[in-house]
Design a protein around this ligand. Structure first.
Ligand code: NAP
Ligand code: GLV
Length: 310
């Protein structure tokens, strides 16, 4: 009997299994690490599966990343090659990612940390004006999420441009590609928003060189992956004023170590890898759709390009 294996935290795995079996009582699902006979498993639904585990299933037909990112699968050197990998592409997730960027761009632009500090002292601030027309967002990564985010920010009246591996044609959003295109975008970007996948090509992309191409006093927002930000470069750029503030959802090491300087740095807004909501009833439907497609040899949704690694 073809069987699905799922690895997540216990509570989350239980909720997923309950919902999947509620929708399809005939599904056979095992919760890793109780794998039973590994030969039974045809589909592995994973989030940060310990390296080497996927190699144990000789009859695997599909790997489902229970996230938008697939770096956690590609980083496993023993991962069986040539097996289709699918990932979450879901409008709920895209909408909440848009909310995260909108919320943080406005928090930074409207200086909410400064006003909260004044409030602590019961100080009524001096008159202050905000020039929202000066906000120019540059999005790194115009994929499934980046495109949704760009459109949402555009819809609330912000100036938005974006950079990706291949150029895009998105209404009202100027699109750039290549190294020269990145530099062109950066000179006119004061809110740099990263939504790139974690690959060799994107590692450390948020660095001094990039910060220095932006106007002085710009902001950096990262909800891609922690490996994309050179954390020391950000701290130095904050100290020398090139970067005025940042909003980070992802970090080189997660959970963020308690002695990490980001925790206490008021110039940095932090969220704990929480930018995008995973709405369980919606993602479970897409998981089931792909499970049926895989078993019926039909085209898969959210299929990852093995060569590109995303
Ligand atoms: P996606 O649809 O695969 O889009 C990736 C985008 O990045 C594409 O536009 C791609 O360009 C571009 N890109 C990739 N490599 C590039 C390079 N070397 N140079 C320039 N552009 C490059 O992915 P997605 O669904 O939008 O998700 C993006 C990432 O967001 C995920 O991989 C994950 O790391 C992160 N994420 C974080 C959270 C969170 O809670 N913090 C939640 C979900 C996702 P092309 O279109 O030209 O190929
Ligand atoms: C979360 O980080 C995701 O990749 O979905």
């Amino acid at each position: 009997m073809p069987t699905i294996i799922i690895n997540l935290g216990q509570e989350s795995a239980r909720k997923h299994i309950e919902e999947m079996v509620r929708l399809d009582p005939l599904l056979e699902i095992r919760e890793w690490p109780d794998i039973g006979n590994p030969e039974d498993i045809d589909i592995a639904m994973v989030w940060q599966m310990p390296h080497g585990e996927l190699a144990k299933f000789p009859n695997l037909k599909m790997i489902v990343s229970m996230a938008a990112g697939v770096d956690h699968v590609f980083l496993d050197p023993l991962r069986p090659k040539g097996i289709p990998i699918v990932r979450v592409t879901n409008p709920h997730m895209a909408r909440s990612m848009g909310h995260w960027f909108l919320m943080n761009i406005l928090r930074l632009h409207r200086e909410t940390v400064y006003f909260d500090a004044l409030r602590e002292e019961k100080i009524w601030p001096p008159e202050i004006a905000f020039d929202t027309d000066s906000v120019s967002v540059g999005i790194l990564g115009l994929g499934y999420l980046g495109t949704h985010v760009a459109q949402m920010l555009k819809a609330v009246g912000l100036k938005v441009q974006g950079w990706s591996r291949t150029e895009k044609n998105i209404d009202g959003i100027q699109s750039f590609s290549g190294e020269f295109g990145l530099d062109q975008m950066l000179v006119d970007t004061n809110f740099l928003a990263c939504l790139l996948p974690n690959t060799q090509a994107t590692k450390g992309i948020l660095n001094f060189r990039v910060f220095n191409k932006m106007p002085q006093g710009s902001y950096v927002l990262n909800a891609g992956r922690g490996s994309q930000l050179v954390e020391l470069d950000l701290l130095q750029a904050l100290d020398n004023g090139q970067i005025r503030g940042a909003a980070l959802d992802v970090f080189e090491t997660e959970p963020l170590p308690t002695n990490h300087p980001f925790w206490t740095d008021k110039r940095i807004l932090l969220t704990p890898h929480h930018a995008a909501e995973v709405y369980l009833p919606a993602v479970v439907k897409t998981f089931l759709d792909n499970i049926y497609r895989s078993r019926n040899n039909e085209p898969l949704i959210g299929l990852v390009d093995e060569e590109l690694g995303y």
